[in-house]
Design a protein around this ligand. Structure first.
Ligand code: SF4
Length: 343
């Protein structure tokens, strides 16, 4: 029998659903959500402040997404931890936990695989299987928290998949993670990272919630970006930047641009100047990321090249960070760990 996943419901919808189907009062909904989001209990039988009859009815009619942990790799250098999860239908997805001095962040997946075939990405090479449900997206966070016995402070939709191509489920998961009655994670602690789905970036600007937007730019010209990210032929850089401007007009929020630096491809002084021209007056920040191990065999630029590149951007008033590399001794790059299990 088909059972609804509790994690797919908004607070209001769950309250109404449980009222209509099981004749539960509102406080029951609050109790169930407290077990799931605060106590990390994913089994109705263990919800001991509910009557046995209520627990039985819940088990008969509902499930709670709770993926199996198939593999874990932990970096000896910086504790970066990669999880491989098996979803109910056997599909595999990855999440990564990153440790910072004052917080921990989880990088989570939004699709099983990805259709966009970015040349530097292991997930792109594995192909697209399906969208994840909102509940499956949330369950990555809750399962990690239970395993670590620690709350996650920041969530980044930068794992497997393109979040804006699974727009409705991703937005539902964000609203639930943010809801005070559910995970109660501040919206400013949630970042969506996109390869540049221009029309959806504009739509994201209509959301009444202050999440952060990060755009994987990676190259300053169409000629270069076409070679890295085939999606650029659909949404070329001019259209992408225009969508970012519209997003900023609607939200007044800074946009982060991710820039994977590749030796001899997009790391020259000319590339940096073109990038400053492209960004123009947009309120932004640029994250320069030395390229991870990748299927195309791209190499990292030398540190001094990255410093020069960053300084050209800074001289034009663009906030620029060279991101510290994490988890280099494990398969931390997107799609690497899953690749090991499906090949
Ligand atoms: S980088 Fe992101 S959008 Fe590109 S193929 Fe990989 S998962 Fe998909």
């Amino acid at each position: 029998m088909f059972k609804n996943d509790i994690l797919n419901f908004s607070y209001k919808d769950l309250k109404e659903h449980l009222q209509e189907n099981l004749n539960f009062k509102t406080f029951r909904t609050d109790q169930i959500l407290d077990w799931i989001y605060n106590k990390h209990v994913f089994n109705f039988e263990e919800m001991t402040n509910l009557s046995i009859d209520a627990r039985n009815k819940l088990s008969e009619n509902y499930t709670i997404s709770n993926p199996e942990i198939m593999d874990i790799q932990k970096s000896k250098q910086d504790e970066t931890t990669k999880f491989l999860f098996k979803l109910d239908d056997g599909a595999l997805v990855e999440s990564v936990v990153l440790y910072y001095p004052n917080r921990i962040a989880a990088c989570i997946s939004s699709q099983v695989g990805c259709a966009l075939k970015c040349t530097f990405c292991n997930t792109g090479k594995l192909g697209f299987q399906r969208n994840m449900t909102g509940g499956e997206i949330i369950s990555q966070v809750l399962t990690i928290e239970k395993y670590l016995d620690r709350r996650i402070n920041n969530i980044v939709y930068m794992g497997m998949g393109e979040p804006l191509l699974n727009y409705d489920n991703v937005v539902n998961s964000i609203l639930n993670l943010n809801d005070k009655k559910m995970r109660n994670l501040g919206a400013r602690h949630i970042t969506i990272s996109t390869s540049g789905i221009a029309d959806k970036i504009e739509e994201l600007g209509n959301l009444d919630i202050e999440i952060r937007l990060s755009v994987s730019l990676h190259a300053p010209t169409n000629y270069q970006r076409d070679q890295l990210m085939p999606i650029n032929t659909k949404y070329p850089v001019e259209e992408l930047m225009q969508a970012c401007e519209i997003y900023q007009e609607k939200t007044n929020k800074r946009v982060t641009f991710e820039y994977i630096a590749i030796k001899g491809f997009n790391d020259s002084k000319e590339d940096a100047i073109k990038l400053t021209e492209l960004i123009g007056n947009l309120k932004s920040m640029v994250n320069i990321i030395p390229v991870n191990p990748n299927p195309a065999g791209y190499e990292k630029p030398k540190r001094e090249y990255l410093m020069k590149f960053a300084n050209i951007l800074r001289d034009k008033g663009i906030d620029t960070v060279i991101r510290a590399e994490k988890g280099t001794d494990i398969d931390a790059a997107c799609g690497q760990l899953k690749g090991k299990h499906v090949n």
